[in-house]
Design a protein. Structure first.
Length: 85
């Protein structure tokens, strides 16, 4: 399996965990962010929505609701995605 395919599958699993409240939106986004960094795939930006929202939430805690909503919306998209395409 390619690293990009593994990242997509992982993102889908974490997205489902966010939607079922097994992990918070911020923690889920951080998990995806860490996995993306560890994979080290240059030019892979499909998970940037999670990464951006998590980094901004850390910098702007007063906008927590806004960024948690953005992460949850991204999680909805990823939970419905067919990662094998």
């Amino acid at each position: 399996m390619l690293k990009t395919d593994a990242l997509r599958e992982y993102a889908k699993q974490i997205a489902t965990s966010i939607l079922t409240s097994e992990v918070s939106p911020l923690e889920g986004a951080r998990l995806i962010w860490r996995a993306t960094l560890k994979a080290g795939v240059q030019g892979f930006h499909e998970l940037d929505g999670f990464i951006y929202a998590a980094s901004e939430l850390e910098d702007r805690p007063q906008d927590k609701e806004l960024f948690e909503k953005a992460i949850t919306e991204e999680a909805k998209r990823w939970s419905e995605r067919d990662c094998l395409d």
